[in-house]
Design a binder for this molecule. Sequence first.
Ligand code: DX5
Ligand code: ZN
Length: 223
Amino acid sequence: MTERVLMAPSILSADFTSLGDAVRLVAGGGADLIHVDVMDGHFVPNLTIGPPVVKAIKRVTDVPLDVHLMIENAEETVGWYLDAGADLVVVHAEACDHLHRVVQTIHAAGAQAGVSLNPATPVEVLRDIVGDLDLVLLMSVNPGFGGQSFIGRTVEKVRRLSALCAEEGATPLIQVDGGIDTNTAPLVVEAGARVLVAGSAVFCKADPVSAMNAIRAAGERVL
Ligand code: DX5
Ligand code: ZN
């Protein structure tokens, strides 16, 4: 298991009128992934961006793009995001009837595959696929919006996911998304998370790079 905490700043909280600058800023400041939240107004009650914006972001950075698909029809449209340059594609278990097939499609395109679970979805649904995954994303808020409060039960859920992975001999990275800041980062890292998504706690700060690295440092203190 890596002894580093990887940071995936979520551009959802960036200023969309100068998105390229925001991406370049955190990329230059040590971001490990750029987290891109795709929402369709159906799976989640918000609508954000799609493939053309993913493609545009890809042009301004070499940092891998972590594309979080909060959409109903990921099985039909995942190819759009792969073609747009996603390096890691994360789909929701709740939105995919044929999760294994989507993961195969992502891998066949040479990208990494992740699966995300909403707060109310038990980790057990991943038992028969966790060995095929590069990453599991546990949502620590109900997906749809930045700036929500961290759901405390997520800490125990990360622990249960870590145990399930050990039982299955699987080693996906565990990512947590929602309400991550310098207070919540150590809680989830201690439980087994190694990739932290942070939106408002990075981009709503005067110095996003310092804020991002402070969250990483808070997490790494418990390793
Ligand atoms: C929420 C998104 C998150 C969001 C997190 O549905 O998936 O990535 O940007 O925002 P914060 O860090 O503000 O909770
Ligand atoms: Zn996200």
